[in-house]
Design a protein around this ligand. Sequence first.
Ligand SMILES: Cc1cc2nc3c(=O)[nH]c(=O)nc-3n(C[C@H](O)[C@H](O)[C@H](O)COP(=O)(O)O)c2cc1C
Length: 215
Amino acid sequence: MEEIRKDMRDLRRDFDFGTLDAKDVPKNPFDLLKVWLEDAVKMKIKDANAFVLSTAVNNQPDARVVLIRDISDIGIHFYTNYGSSKAAALAANAKAAVNIFWPDMDRQIRMTVAVKKLDGKLSDAYFATRPRKSQLGAWASAQSNELESREKLEDQLEEFEIKFEGQDVPRPDFWGGYELVPSYFEFWQGRPSRLHDRIIYEGTPSKWNTKRLYP
Ligand SMILES: Cc1cc2nc3c(=O)[nH]c(=O)nc-3n(C[C@H](O)[C@H](O)[C@H](O)COP(=O)(O)O)c2cc1C
């Protein structure tokens, strides 16, 4: 136990992957988001599209990892169960925070977002591209509700395998996407000696202002 406490204190590294200069960043933060995502994919970073989604209800923040599945002109899309804890949190407070961290590129992106449910047709289209097992898994899981045993989940999966045998699996109406629309972005590029680059964008999808922050 003492060992891990010492390890935590002593773990440190310098960040030297790259730099971020206000004169080099695009006017539209989505362009930079796409470049950084592309870099992460090209570098074959595991779960390159993963981000932490933070919600807050009644002064109680909560956070979990989800996956970016698409990017529109105004936001990023992810998919989930509309009966889950995060869905209840988003229904109570449609403001959230996003954090993407790619340690292999010394990069972090933070966003403040407004959240809305995606149109059912977009959710249908994405659901249709999922592997069949994942589609059936969506039917079998009452995400975030208490589950009495692993066996029950597997039994339910089997029931849906039988129910939809020989046909396409339709999207459950309790499952679909959200669009997260940022009003604030921070792009963080780690630099040596903790003198990191931090460029922020504030504004609306049609007009953004940028600033540099102290690290
Ligand atoms: C790498 C990774 C990717 C994940 N992607 C998703 C996702 O896209 N959608 C989702 O509902 N849960 C995803 N999860 C599971 C969530 O982190 C979380 O456990 C689940 O959504 C329940 O959260 P909630 O109880 O706050 O609603 C992912 C977890 C990890 C670690």
